[in-house]
Design a protein around this ligand. Structure first.
Ligand code: ADP
Ligand code: MG
Length: 272
């Protein structure tokens, strides 16, 4: 069913990232099986983006290796890597003058020579990516004029047009409305690609990911199935919140509810 590339095993092996004497990522090892979807969660500043940056070569690890089907990504050319792994980044680039169509068509560049135009196959791939992300009606709009959520969907469409077997997504649901959050993650799931996705919403992570990897202060503090990882004790330790974890009666998926706690305590306004 999938028109994407062959899903690869993504293996991070003993990754350390030290910048300016500060350890941002500390001895992270993570092996993601072909077709597996793994959520990377953790507080702001935990090192999620820094770790993901090592997966698409935006950041060279101080030590450790990133392997795609056993091959060190730092030994590939940029084009070789871009045909196998696509990234959806947090920061929307400023794409002055470019239309939405043009931005998504950039996903085809790893398959082209310089100045080679789009052929009919490219156009089909771009149009189908635009449709998958529900942005086809915006194809001729200037990218810079879109809302944050629309831009985010266009950037996911660009990664889709790259037709890789592996995807790295840094908070792809940021700015998306409720429906599009679910649509985007359901899509990633259905593509059958190997994916690692930084997410803040633990309920989305539990609903769509095979495993959750929790990063805190640069280290992996828990990794495993959502049911195993999402415990009140872990949420208290990592996020300093008082949370209940229940199992949704209809889906069987763990559900995190953070208790508002102190906000309503002792202010004398308790209602009946
Ligand atoms: P997350 O994505 O989990 O919020 P980041 O990986 O973006 O975390 O950042 C981890 C920590 O590293 C933060 O404290 C951030 O300020 C710091 N950091 C990120 N990039 C750099 C850099 N290039 N130089 C110095 N510090 C950095
Ligand atoms: Mg980040």
């Amino acid at each position: 069913m999938s028109t994407m590339g062959t899903p690869a095993e993504l293996h991070a092996e003993g990754i350390h990232v030290v910048v300016g004497g500060r350890s941002l990522v500390r001895d992270v090892s993570l092996r993601i099986a072909p077709g597996e979807v793994v959520a990377l969660v953790g507080p702001n500043g935990a090192g999620k983006s820094t770790l993901l940056r090592t997966f698409y070569r935006a950041q060279r690890p101080t030590s450790g290796r990133v392997l795609l089907d056993g091959a060190d990504i730092w030994r590939m050319t940029g084009r070789q890597l871009a045909r196998r792994l696509a990234a959806v980044l947090q920061e929307a680039p400023a794409e002055f003058e470019l239309t939405v169509y043009d931005v998504v068509a950039m996903g085809r560049s790893p398959y082209k020579r310089a100045f080679q135009g789009d052929d009919a196959d490219d156009r089909d791939i771009v149009m189908s990516a635009l449709e998958s992300l529900d942005v086809n009606h915006l194809a001729q709009a200037p990218f810079d004029r879109l809302s944050g959520g629309e831009k985010q969907r266009v950037l996911i469409a660009r990664a889709l047009a790259q037709r890789t077997g592996t995807m790295v997504l840094d908070e792809p649901t940021n700015h998306l409305d409720l429906r599009h959050q679910f649509d985007a993650l359901r899509l990633v799931r259905r593509l059958g690609v190997t994916a690692v996705v930084a997410l803040h919403d633990l309920n989305l992570a539990a609903a769509f990911c095979d495993r959750i990897c929790v990063l805190n202060a640069g280290r992996v503090v828990a990794a495993g199935s959502p049911a195993k990882v999402l415990t009140p004790a872990l949420l208290a330790e990592v996020y300093q919140v008082d949370a209940d974890v229940t199992v949704h009666p209809r889906t069987g998926i763990p559900q995190v509810s953070v208790l508002p706690g102190g906000r309503f305590e002792g202010d004398g306004s308790t209602s009946t």
